[in-house]
Design a protein around this ligand. Structure first.
Ligand SMILES: [Zn+2]
Length: 703
């Protein structure tokens, strides 16, 4: 169970799920200009818009000039202050990949990343071999004669092209259901196996169920897209239309049976210990024993089923649908999963729907960026070693550790000072904080990819080979002790996360860069941006979900009844504050503060703790935060302005509408304005008075 900062989750998704090819000529042209890495952005007081009052709209005060200077590139769904860093990271990775590809007789990981890069960049070869691969992959689906055989074909898909454990907070993005290792919620030291809802191609159940006109149109566009994709895979028009109808019906039925995002935030609601016999009883028309045998999964003492209602509904589909309909569904998932790795036509078609229609992005990223993203996704810890050598010197790690210690002290102080918590609960909270593991930059022990076969001329085979390795690596965790040192993000990732079941906070080297962090930035800037992120991840350990886990990462209620009630009242204040219409995105579009409660709690706590840490630092030095410096800003003002700057963004409306239904994070403008309007320190920094928009009444606060 993880919760992240969400700086660029969407970009990651976009690179991973949409994609192939413009023409090769464009990539050659891009190559010659890609030489020098782009300049990294950093906070400057001159970027503040003095024509706007900071007490009326701090986001506009901090970001409007930046936004005006940074239109959204045609191949992106949004642009933010993370974008120059993303481009910089990609250039570093590209150089490492090219160097490896050009090394004669390269061995080990160098051979792997170099040949992976070559295979991805060679459009002609990947088209020819990819279509051969797809034709072969569809054969076992087409050959199914009896529903009993579905288990074998699904195990194969889950084990290769469509891994079963990939997904997000709302669903597993794999055909039919998700299956993989999971830590037991009650005893987090045990890794057992878990089943989860899945089976949808669109980002959440809402896309299938909402009845507004925009959603209906989107479903019609999706149906057309299905027809087009079946056609590109070689099916005739009539067959493609029949297949598309079957996929729509099956996915819509599964969407109906899925648990919604708010309920899924409650760990108790997604924890159901079951035996294989119980699971089989819920799904009598699917041979689960055969599926598990073929998946190669070790046999755990029990299984955890996240969503009980989903499996009987899946069974109903298997039972009542014709064999041809079920085969169409599996054909679709095979085609979709391979689409980005085959012909330019299939990749373009995939992008036209998942990129343009769903997110409003006009154009695909150039091929080389997609290939960098793919290498990071499939061989991330091999490539990450090169990134760290260039981008994350020991000084950065030492300074980041200093920041983390400052935040840790601040949270301890905060727990001590809050007036709504009894001493007994405070003691347990401090124990949990003391036990929290921090991981900074990159893993101590790198993943061993030696068994992954990578060839220079078959991209799809390489991706499948990396997926097979990853699926086995995951399944082999079952029945073994948890490796608390493992990372869920690769080193160049511009993001961070809290792993509640391991009680750890994790900051990849990718986010420990400008504009968020640098050993050469002022403390006010580092604390306002990276410090707030570190505080955000720490606070997740004590948000509405995280507070239910103890120091070991076990789901255990360590709160007195009165303290839990006091906590929930505070959480409810935030949930209400973050529930409101967003008229600029259309009539009826509304945020749901219950869905984003964990992230909002972390945002509010994070900035509060970062300010406490900065105050402690200044106090120890005998310095004031309120003395104007050379550019006219006080350190206290610089802290909040750097925080806001780290969230400056422009996003396409389709992207924001999607974010509101699928992302547990609030939109960036609220991550600045709503958060800061709750902070007394902010009002003090800019002299804001009660009644002004940037002063919330009441001010909500948990931490
Ligand atoms: Zn978060």
């Amino acid at each position: 169970m993880q919760n992240g900062i969400g700086r660029m989750g969407w970009l990651v998704l976009l690179v991973a799920s949409v994609g192939v090819s413009q023409c090769a000529a464009q990539d050659v042209a891009q190559k010659s200009v890609a030489g020098a890495p782009p300049k990294l952005d950093r906070f400057e007081a001159s970027m503040l818009d003095k024509s706007i009052s900071p007490c009326v709209d701090f986001y506009a005060y901090s970001c409007s000039k930046w936004q005006a200077a940074h239109p959204i590139p045609s191949d992106m769904s949004s642009v933010g202050t993370w974008t120059p860093l993303y481009l910089w990271n990609q250039t570093i990775l590209r150089e490492a990949l090219e160097k490896a590809a050009e090394t004669p007789d390269a061995k080990g990981t160098e051979q792997q990343v170099g040949d992976f890069w070559k295979s991805c960049m060679n459009v002609d070869e990947r088209a020819a071999k990819g279509m051969q691969w797809l034709a072969e992959a569809l054969k076992p689906v087409d050959a199914i004669k009896d529903k009993k055989e579905l288990a074998g074909v699904l195990a194969q898909l889950h084990g290769g092209i469509a891994p079963a454990f990939e997904g997000d907070d709302n669903q597993t993005s794999a055909p039919m259901f998700g299956f993989g290792p999971t830590q037991d919620l009650i005893d987090s030291s045990k890794v057992v196996a878990g089943f989860d809802q899945g089976g949808l191609s669109l980002a959440s159940r809402d896309y299938y169920l909402n009845e507004d006109e925009a959603s209906k149109k989107l479903r019609e566009d999706y149906r057309k897209h299905l027809v087009r994709m079946f056609g590109l895979a070689g099916d005739g028009a009539e067959r493609a239309a029949t297949e598309a109808a079957a996929v729509m019906e099956i996915e819509s039925a599964l969407a109906k049976a899925q648990m919604n995002g708010v309920d899924r935030r409650d760990p108790v609601k997604t924890y159901h210990k079951q035996s294989l016999a119980q699971i089989q009883a819920a799904l009598p028309d699917f041979d689960m024993a055969e599926y598990l045998k073929l998946s190669g999964s070790p046999v755990p003492p029990f299984y955890i089923v996240a969503t009980l209602d989903f499996f009987p509904a899946l069974d109903e589909q298997i039972k009542t649908r014709s064999l041809d309909e079920l085969k169409s569904y599996l054909r679709w998932w095979t085609i979709k999963s391979a689409a980005n790795k085959t012909t330019p036509e299939l990749e373009q078609a995939n992008f036209d729907f998942f990129g343009t229609t769903l997110r409003g992005v006009p154009k695909m990223l150039p091929q080389w960026r997609r290939c960098v993203g793919s290498a990071d996704a499939h061989l991330g810890e091999a490539l990450g070693q090169e990134y760290v050598k260039i981008a994350f010197p020991p000084e950065s790690k030492a300074k980041a550790l200093e920041l983390t210690n400052g935040l840790r002290e601040a949270l301890k102080q905060d727990i001590g000072e809050v007036d709504w918590m009894t001493a007994a609960t405070k003691k347990q909270a401090v124990e949990k904080l003391d036990a929290m593991i921090e991981k900074i930059g990159y893993p101590d022990k790198w993943r061993d990819y030696s068994s992954v076969k990578i060839v220079p001329d078959n991209y799809l085979a390489n991706v499948v080979s990396a997926n097979v390795f990853e699926v086995h690596r995951e399944l082999n965790k079952i029945n073994r002790p948890v490796d608390k040192q493992e990372w869920m993000m690769t080193p160049p990732t511009i993001n961070a996360y809290n792993d509640m079941q391991n009680n750890s906070i994790n900051f990849p080297a990718g986010i420990l860069q400008l504009p968020y962090f640098s050993p050469t930035q002022s403390d006010a800037e580092n604390y306002g941006s990276m410090g707030a992120t570190i505080g955000h991840e720490m606070t997740h350990g004590f948000d509405d979900q995280g507070r239910k886990f103890d120091a070991k990462g076990d789901l255990r209620d360590w709160w007195t009844e009165a303290d839990a009630k006091a906590y929930e009242e505070r959480g409810a204040c935030l949930a209400a504050e973050y529930t409101h219409p967003v008229p600029e995105l259309g009539p009826g579009v509304k945020t749901d503060g219950k869905r984003t409660q964990g992230e909002d709690t972390a945002d509010n706590g994070g900035i509060h703790l970062a300010m406490m840490a900065l105050e402690n630092l200044y106090k120890a030095r005998g310095k004031s935060l309120d003395t104007p410096e050379e550019d006219g800003l006080t350190a206290r003002q610089r802290f909040y302005a750097s925080y806001a700057f780290s969230w400056c963004e422009s996003a396409r409306p389709d992207q924001e509408r999607m974010q509101i239904t699928t992302d547990p994070h609030s939109l960036n403008r609220y991550r600045v304005n709503t958060v800061l309007s709750n902070q007394a320190g902010f009002a003090k920094a800019f002299g804001c008075k009660a009644g002004q928009p940037m002063v919330a009444e009441p001010a909500c606060r948990v931490w």
